[in-house]
Design a protein around this ligand. Structure first.
Ligand code: NDP
Ligand code: 2IT
Length: 449
């Protein structure tokens, strides 16, 4: 394994996030590789860490002042053994090759867990939609699609949203694809309801994450009822995590953005959540404004001199990190465990650092890693693809019932794989092993390719 990680480091120098994601999966699947010499002989893991294809391109566009701007675009097609490439686009100034490769790698195993036939991919740009006008975002999206359209397709690669890419961006991207190819097909998911989108797709990641937390609690005869919850982020995943947590009887007391967080001891009600949705999705405002509107809430700006995030230092039963990677470090994990957290369900991708994960595993709390807990989003994307192929739309109730079924099935796949390898309750090993084995079997059947 050491030799394998050395090889990865020398092939992917400086790609910290990618190597972090690979290291965790490699460690988890070691017993599988020991048991299955054919996986070692055919270099399954060595092939999985090499993207099948990687496209990097220039994205030039003109801003509202008439000035030319240049961004970098990416699409990383990681693995297509079990289905067409599938995974979101992220638009954020921090985007680089390492971040998108880690996201693409995670997506391969996540998609395998969903029970649906989807390979793994990720893409995006260092473009920052914050502070841009709708017209600027449109011109950027059109230019981005001007290149990426030749690499994607309804049966080839189906992108969706992620950080900085929501309904508005998917609309502009879809419009450009349709014009360039002259075809109306399900090439993107997260589309609007009148042009091929699926009910429950916006809700799916957050709802799915709370369903997963509830399944974990059920293994201890417990439920979400009365649970105090910490949620980070204030975007798509965070908003619908709050909605479902409230519906299931929980009380959510925090939300955040990259500038700070709010703590509302009395709990975020449905009415307050409606305000947050308007603030974030329509006005594109900041979470600080919540504390101005609801004086009972306390806003704490980010303090870069701290080596921990105070959001994770409140008494709570459940934590739903829903902002970004590595937002829970060792100290945050210690604070959460010290304050009595019972459940951590990751809405974000890889939000916990490896030493933070060790704290959760050692404390034997219910810890659901992102590739299992947040798989509801891509699952309903898969269902959007199904509806597009059938040229039919299912009802809210039908899609939600499907989502719940899938989250239960992911939960039981994790539990079974962890039990089989002698690590009961370890959802990290369970998720990695179950996802890996499905993809490995397909790769084995398809030969050295
Ligand atoms: P959004 O863009 O809707 O929201 C992102 C939120 O996270 C914002 O509140 C943003 O604050 C905050 N955030 C982003 N980057 C940082 C950062 N570097 N530091 C602190 N805060 C940050 O994205 P989503 O809700 O869609 O995505 C959130 C997470 O969930 C990501 O990890 C994503 O990969 C993951 N995910 C998303 C899925 C989906 O279906 N959308 C599916 C599965 C996982 P600010 O406004 O200040 O930037
Ligand atoms: O990380 C993820 O799973 C997503 N951003 C959703 C991907 C998708 O194709 O719906």
């Amino acid at each position: 394994m050491k030799e394998f990680m050395n090889m990865c480091e020398s092939c992917n120098p400086g790609e910290v996030e990618f190597l972090q994601a690979v290291g965790e999966v490699a460690e988890s699947v070691r017993p599988v590789l020991e048991k299955r010499p054919e996986y070692r002989k055919t270099k399954i893991l060595e092939r999985m860490v090499e993207p099948e294809r990687l496209v990097m391109f220039r994205v030039p566009w003109v801003d509202d002042k008439g000035e030319v701007q240049v961004n970098r675009g990416y699409r990383i097609q990681m693995n297509s053994a079990i289905g067409p490439y599938k995974g979101g686009f992220r638009f954020h100034p921090s985007v680089n090759l390492s971040i998108l490769k880690f996201l693409g790698f995670e997506q391969v195993f996540k998609n395998a867990l969903t029970t649906l036939p989807m390979g793994g991919a990720k893409g995006g740009s260092n473009f920052d939609p914050k502070g841009k006008s709708d017209n600027e975002v449109m011109r950027f999206c059109h230019s981005f699609m001007n290149e990426v359209f030749r690499h994607i397709g309804a049966d080839t690669d189906v992108p969706a949203g992620d950080i900085g890419v929501g309904g508005r961006e998917i609309g502009f991207l879809f419009g450009a694809y349709k014009k360039l190819r002259n075809e109306f097909v399900g090439v993107l998911t997260g589309k609007g309801l009148t042009w091929g989108g699926s009910l429950i797709r916006p809700e799916a990641t957050g709802y799915g994450c709370v369903y997963f937390a509830s399944e974990m609690l059920a293994t201890k005869g417990d439920s979400m009822e009365g649970k105090v919850c910490l949620v980070s982020g204030a975007g798509n995943v965070a908003q619908y995590t709050v909605e479902k947590a409230i519906q299931m009887g929980g009380k959510v007391v925090t939300l955040s953005d990259s500038a700070g967080y709010i703590y509302d001891e009395s709990g975020i009600t449905k009415e307050k959540l409606d305000y947050i949705m308007y603030l974030k999705n329509v006005e594109r405002g900041r979470i600080k404004e919540y504390a101005d509107k609801y004086p009972g809430a306390v806003y704490t700006p980010v303090d870069p001199s701290l080596d921990y995030n105070p959001l994770w230092n409140h008494n709570a039963d459940c934590a739903f990190p829903s902002a970004t990677q590595n937002e829970i470090n060792r100290k945050d994990a210690q604070n959460l465990v010290g304050n009595g957290v019972k459940v951590v369900a990751e809405g974000a991708n890889m939000p916990t650092t490896p030493d933070g994960v060790d704290i959760f595993l050692d404390a034997k709390i219910l810890y659901g890693p992102g590739k299992a807990a947040n798989a509801g989003g891509v699952s309903v994307s898969g269902l959007e693809m199904t509806q597009n192929s059938m040229r039919l739309s299912w009802t809210r109730e039908e899609v939600d019932a499907y989502l719940l079924r899938i989250m239960k099935s992911i939960h039981s796949a994790c539990v079974s794989a962890a039990d089989e390898y002698g690590q009961p309750g370890n959802y990290v090993m369970g998720a990695n092993i179950a996802g890996f084995t499905k993809v490995a079997e397909a790769m084995l059947a398809q030969g050295i390719i």
